[in-house]
Design a protein around this ligand. Sequence first.
Ligand SMILES: *[C@@H]1O[C@H](CO)[C@@H](O)[C@H](O)[C@H]1NC(C)=O
Ligand SMILES: *[C@@H]1O[C@H](CO)[C@@H](O)[C@H](O)[C@H]1NC(C)=O
Ligand SMILES: *[C@@H]1O[C@H](CO)[C@@H](O)[C@H](O)[C@H]1NC(C)=O
Ligand SMILES: *[C@@H]1O[C@H](CO)[C@@H](O)[C@H](O)[C@H]1NC(C)=O
Length: 354
Amino acid sequence: MRSAPQRLSQLLLSLMLLSQLCSGIKWLALSRTPTFLHVNQTQHCKRLEGLVSSQVQLCRSNLELMHTIIQAAREVKKTCQKTFADMRWNCSSIENGPNYLPDLERGTRESAFVYALSAAAISHTIARACTTGDLRLCSCGPIPGDIPEPGYRWGGCGDNLHYGLVMGSKFSDAPMKMKKSGSHANKLMHLHNSEVGRQVLQNAMEMKCKCHGVSGSCSIRTCWRGLQDLKDIAMDLKTKYLSATKVVHRPMGTRKQLVPKDIDIRPVRENELVYLQSSPDFCSRNDKLGSVGTQDRQCNKTSNGSDSCDLMCCGRGYNPYTEKLVERCHCKYHWCCYVTCKKCERTVERYVCK
Ligand SMILES: *[C@@H]1O[C@H](CO)[C@@H](O)[C@H](O)[C@H]1NC(C)=O
Ligand SMILES: *[C@@H]1O[C@H](CO)[C@@H](O)[C@H](O)[C@H]1NC(C)=O
Ligand SMILES: *[C@@H]1O[C@H](CO)[C@@H](O)[C@H](O)[C@H]1NC(C)=O
Ligand SMILES: *[C@@H]1O[C@H](CO)[C@@H](O)[C@H](O)[C@H]1NC(C)=O
């Protein structure tokens, strides 16, 4: 048993350590903003959860954007959890914001992914909100200068990537730009990974077209430049997460920079995610490292990917259970024109980790 003063000093020490870390994703707690709160008055800004002072300022001067930013925070949470549903680390601790567990506070590969996704998502959501007319201060993206192929013409309303990038980075990078918060190494890491997220977003601009012409003959296509869905951008970032580079904070020339830890002497690449702290294997519960473990997680007996029972359960084995599925079946087409179906029950076997 440790004495009370000992425990107190340990608590103070861990609080000091935590305050040295820069948490730039506390704004994701906006995902819990109650839907009845319409942020349309400057005094609402102080009531929003997770904003640092410069973000409260941005809120006051860009009230119109806040609804979109709250939506972006919800998208980040949903997309992160979906993208990692088949992994041991399943992004569950994003629910804990603004006080994250150590998996997102320690400068790990996981936090690298979440910063990159957050930066991409906020700009993505703003760029799309310009297009849908939700924002008064921006509208469609510019019409591209080059002339498309014959039979194609520019039209419609493109996503306003430029406005999304400008306003999104202002808001999501604000915590890392504050003088007093966090260690230099962590800020550099978070800023770098946020930039990687925005770069993946920029590469996700593609030509989208709609067909016109007599009875859908598609003799003329109207095209615009639009962004891929956030889930596709998240998949690109997941690939980068899997091959992320461990870095150290070292003097390079006159300043301290992040450089790859391994012997290959090269600067950090602009398109790679970087992290400072290694992650645990997330097999078992470890509160100090922010691992909730994989006990009771569903696994897939026939898969040989990361969601296979072998990998997901870390060799501990798994328990089967059965689940009843109700499906539409024996569907019949009636002339003309409707379909009737019966409901069938089917039992499937599922597995959860021991
Ligand atoms: C803010 O929004 C609420 C709910 O939509 C509305 O009742 C209120 O009048 C609005 N206030 C202002 C100043 O626009
Ligand atoms: C992630 O895993 C934890 C631990 O097994 C579980 O409690 C949680 O429901 C999972 N979250 C999601 C979004 O699947
Ligand atoms: C399990 O994995 C297999 C092979 O990857 C896949 O076809 C199947 O749909 C998965 N089952 C579930 C329940 O996810
Ligand atoms: C799964 O394993 C089988 C046999 O080892 C292999 O042929 C197959 O390519 C693997 N599939 C994946 C998705 O790794």
